[in-house]
Structures are given as structure tokens and as C-alpha cells.
Design a protein around this ligand. Structure first.
Ligand code: GLC
Length: 532
């Protein structure tokens, strides 16, 4: 499948770059990133060649979950700046022909949000039904067995009114009741507020969580649970997520978006592919891009990944646009997971597959997870369930801009420690080295943006050996063969008789105009993009 390149919209053609605002650039010397910081680094993003910036939450928040606990949806946290700073950011982004995507967190508010304060104040408060209140079980315990993702029961008892409220994440993040039309209207108003300002779309937090079983049935035990999984996986979340009625609310959100021009809705959804693709909607009337996290979740194994790509391509509904993600603020960094040489292969995969690529800040430098000493832990998940490796601080450390103290990120002590290798792995150093990770990424993005075959073309898989992934991308009479060696040992791929081509990009070198014919020999950790 492929699309005529001239019919594609910006979010289909371009690369999305995720900024975690606390860690991108600190302009006012408090150790935490901010909006003026982001503005000061937009030239860099333009240089890198990305098309859109998604910024994780910047709204007022007690920061129990670092901004994913929002106490005011239509304002800016003073730590990040003011609404004037936001307006400037939006204008500066647009001046560069980039797009700005905001994080929308509709599933839950902060417990400090005025809506929740009202809701918890009494059983007959008009906003009582805005959240999920239930009577205790007959023994006085939680209403059912649902678990919080961040550990323990998902129910918190409110002593004053004697009922429990549901929180899929922290108890400081009560879930809204999306069956209530007033809640729906209130959140649609929030969306209108930002859309009217001109933001180009939303990444919708935990979209698959928004509706829960109306009868609050107990979740079944997960027979496949093993102790290396996070404790909440002890259950199959049959009744607490991905309920059929969620599609109605996502459709409502999409209808609102469709009243504006060329806005995008991305859904954060951790589900198997068959369920994930239902979030495109029966009529393509739900998320434009239900985030596809397979490259994050699958073992780094060529045959498994190749099969997953084909299955995903096959599962996409008609007219649905694919997408791929390599990292985000919740998951181990790719360069730590597969090692730096293979992280180049991963980048090649991300930027040559069919569908919109999303890249996480710092991954373009080859940034790796940073060890966080116990005393410096910030992430509430790590605090709740220490030592299980669930903490997300290691992937949220400051962006590495240069070799100065504070890595060019801050003049103060950064809120999370810097990586030990920031003096070598940083933007300034890597920009000057043509063989650096960063310049490799930049070349890949530039190639993708220049070639309709790569951003719009058909995807045609090729059979390949145990450690190799191979496919064509093809459009408008031009064709590329992508061959990726997912192992550290040499490998090869035999081409069809008569086929020959020239290497356009190798993950290992900048030199060559290597010609290929007959059999392609790949060095260990080598990936090639070949014009054929
Ligand atoms: C999403 C966010 C994550 C947050 C959670 C609760 O998964 O990506 O960072 O902790 O939602 O809002």
C-alpha cells in the first residue's frame, strides 16, 4: 500500500519529535526546562529536520506524576512560563513551518483540580458523578479488585464521604467519569481552547483507559504473569480498559478536531495490534494515529520484527495511516535496550518504514538510560514499587547540548542527574563530527523527507535470513531497498537476478558510493538504504 505523495497531510509526511519539557532546556536557571528554553532550541529542531514537536504536559500541576496530574487544563505551569510564553512558542514553531502538538490528559485530573475538590466534598455535590465513586465492598474494602498501574489497589477511600474513588494511576490522579455528558463537554471545551489558539493537534494520554465497565466487574487473574512483569500485570484488564464504549468518546473528540483544518489526534494505546487498530474507527473517525509501540515492546530479533511489520500492515483498516515509535518518556531508551550500533539500525527502521515516525528527544544523540541513585529518585512509580526497574527517571534526564557544566541544559543543578557521557555525546560535539549518531539521524530524516518513496511509498517485504530485515519502498517510479542486519555478525542477502543498485546510506560509514549486485554483504550492525 502507498499513497500519492501530493495528497498527504503534514502529519503523514513528517517526523514527530517528542519534547519532555522538564528536561529539554532550562532558560531561567532553576534546573527544570521551560517554554523559553524550548523556543531557544527550535533552530536545532529545524536543523535536525523534524516536522512537528509534541510537548508533554505544560499545565499547572502539583507534579505528583510530573505534569500528567493536571489541576488546570487551560493555563501554563509557572515553572514552564506564562501563557504569553506559550503563544510565543506557538508562533515561533509556526514561523519555522513546524507544527505543535500538545499532550491532552482527559482520563484523569489531579486530585487538586477544582472539579475533584468539589466532587469529593459531598455525596450530593453536582460534580460527584464527574469521577468514579463507589461504595465499599461488604467487608469495607475496595469495591473490586482493580489494580493501579503504579502499584496497589486502584481504589482510594475518602473518609469524609465513606466512598472509594477510582484511580488507574496515582491516588493523586482520580479518573474522570467519561460516561457523564458534562465531563465530555468540559473536556471538549479544553480541546477547543487550544485548537482556537492554533495548536496542530493532541497526543491523547491513555486513550484506551477512558471508559470502564459500567458494572465494575472484577478483572480476571493473568495466568501468564511472571515476576519480571510489573505487578499490575497480575490481572488481565478485561473490565478496566478498552471497553467498547470508549470508541464513542474518541469519535466525539475526533468530530471536534475535524471542525478545524488539518489537526491531528494521536492516541497513546498499549494494546495488541488487533485491538490497537480499532482505534482508527470503523469509518476512520477516531484517532489519526493510534500509537504503534511494537518497536518498543518486541524483542530485538529480526524475524519477529519483520513478522510484526507485516502483520501490522495487514491489520490496518482501509485508509488508515500507519505510525512507528522508538522511544518515549515511559520506556527504556533504544540505545540502552539494543546498544548503540543497533540503535542506528533502529533509527533506519523507524525512518524507512511506511508511516509517521515519532522520535524521543535525545535518541538522535544516542542518549542512554542514566543510572539514578536511590536518593535522587523522582518518579512516583519507582517510589511506590522500588527496585523492580519500573522507574522512568533514567529516560528523562536532561538533553545534552554541549560539554559545559549542566550540559548546556541548565546553569543550576538539573532536576535529574546528567548522563556521565554528556561531554562526548552532545549536540555541539556531534554536529561537528560527520560520522556521529546525530549526523546519521539528520541524514536519515533528510533522505526520508526528500524521497516520496520513503514517506509515501509502498512497503514490499522481502524474504531474508535469520538476522536480516529487508523491504522495498517504492513510489512514483523510484525504488529503495532497505536491508538491516540486526546482529553483530556479518550477514548477506541474495538479490534477484539482474537487480543492482547503489548504496545511498549506510549505518556504518559516510564514505562510499558502493554498488551492489548479486549478493549484498552486510557487516555486523550494518544497515543499508540502496537505490535500486
Ligand atoms: C501515560 C503517560 C505517563 C503517565 C501516565 C498517567 O502513560 O505517558 O507518563 O504516567 O499516562 O498519566
Amino acid at each position: 500500500m502507498g499513497e500519492a505523495s501530493d495528497k498527504l497531510l503534514w502529519w503523514q509526511k513528517g517526523t514527530i519529535y517528542q519534547v519532555y519539557p522538564r528536561s529539554f532546556m532550562d532558560s531561567n536557571g532553576d534546573g527544570v526546562g521551560d517554554l523559553q528554553g524550548i523556543i531557544s532550541r527550535l533552530d536545532y529542531l529545524e536543523w535536525l529536520g523534524v516536522s512537528a514537536v509534541w510537548v508533554s504536559p505544560i499545565y499547572p500541576s502539583p507534579m505528583a506524576d510530573f505534569g500528567y496530574d493536571i489541576s488546570d487544563y487551560t493555563a501554563i505551569h509557572p515553572m514552564f512560563g506564562s501563557m504569553d510564553d506559550f503563544d510565543e512558542l506557538l508562533a515561533e514553531v509556526h514561523r519555522r513551518n513546524l507544527k505543535l502538538i500538545l499532550d491532552l490528559v482527559p482520563n484523569h485530573t489531579s486530585s487538586e483540580h477544582p472539579w475533584f475538590k468539589e466532587s469529593r466534598s459531598s455525596r450530593n455535590n453536582p460534580k460527584r458523578d464527574w469521577y468514579l465513586w463507589q461504595d465499599p465492598a461488604p467487608d469495607g474494602g475496595p469495591p473490586n479488585n482493580w489494580l493501579s498501574t503504579f502499584g496497589g489497589s486502584a481504589w482510594e477511600k475518602d473518609e469524609q464521604t465513606g466512598q472509594y474513588y477510582y484511580h488507574a494511576y496515582l491516588k493523586e490522579q482520580p479518573d474522570l467519569n467519561w460516561r457523564n455528558p458534562e465531563v465530555q463537554e468540559a473536556m471538549l471545551d479544553v480541546m477547543r481552547f487550544w485548537l482556537d489558539k492554533g495548536v496542530d493537534g493532541f497526543r491523547v494520554d491513555v486513550m484506551w483507559h477512558m471508559i470502564k465497565d459500567e458494572q465494575y466487574r472484577n478483572n480476571p487473574t493473568n495466568p501468564d504473569y511472571t515476576p519480571d512483569m510489573p505487578p499490575f500485570k497480575k490481572q488481565i484488564a478485561a473490565y478496566s480498559v478498552d471497553q467498547p464504549e470508549v470508541h464513542q468518546v474518541v469519535t466525539k473528540m475526533r468530530h471536534l478536531l475535524d471542525q478545524y483544518e488539518e489537526r491531528v489526534m494521536i492516541g497513546e494505546i498499549y494494546l495488541s495490534v488487533d485491538k490497537l487498530v480499532t482505534y482508527y474507527g470503523n469509518e476512520n473517525d477516531e484517532a489519526h494515529l493510534p500509537f504503534n509501540f511494537q518497536l518498543i515492546s518486541l524483542p530485538w530479533e529480526a524475524r519477529q520484527i519483520a513478522r510484526a511489520i507485516d502483520q501490522y500492515e495487514g491489520a490496518l483498516p482501509a485508509n488508515a495511516w500507519p505510525n512507528w515509535v522508538l522511544g518515549n518518556h515511559d520506556k527504556p531508551r533504544i540505545a540502552s535496550r539494543v546498544g548503540k550500533p543497533q540503535a542506528r539500525i533502529a533509527a533506519m527502521l523507524l525512518l524507512t518504514l511506511r508511516g509517521t515516525p515519532t522520535l524521543y528527544y535525545g535518541d538522535e544523540l544516542g542518549m542512554q538510560d542514566v543510572f539514578i541513585p536511590a536518593g535522587q529518585v523522582q518518579d512516583p512509580w519507582e517510589k511506590n514499587e522500588p527496585g523492580l526497574g519500573l522507574g522512568r527517571d533514567p529516560v528523562r534526564t536532561p538533553m545534552q547540548w554541549n560539554a559545559a557544566d549542566g550540559a548546556g541544559f541548565t546553569t543550576a543543578t538539573p532536576w535529574l542527574p546528567l548522563s556521565a557521557n554528556y561531554k562526548e555525546d552532545n549536540v555541539e560535539v556531534e554536529q561537528q563530527d560527520s560520522s556521529s549518531f546525530l549526523n546519521f539521524y539528520r541524514r536519515l530524516i533528510a533522505l526520508r523527507q526528500a524521497e516520496p518513496a520513503l514517506y509515501a511509498g509502498r512497503y514490499i517485504p522481502l524474504p531474508a535470513g535469520q538476522s536480516v530485515i529487508a523491504y522495498f519502498r517504492e513510489a512514483e517510479g523510484k525504488r529503495f531497498l532497505i536491508v538491516l542486519n540486526l546482529s553483530h555478525s556479518p550477514a548477506s542477502l541474495t538479490l534477484k537476478e539482474g537487480m543492482e543498485g547503489e548504496v545511498v546510506l549506510s549505518s556504518l560509514s559516510t564514505e562510499e558510493k558502493r554498488k551492489v549486485k548479486g549478493e549484498i554483504s552486510l557487516r555486523g550492525d550494518e544497515g543499508l538504504i540502496i537505490g535500486v
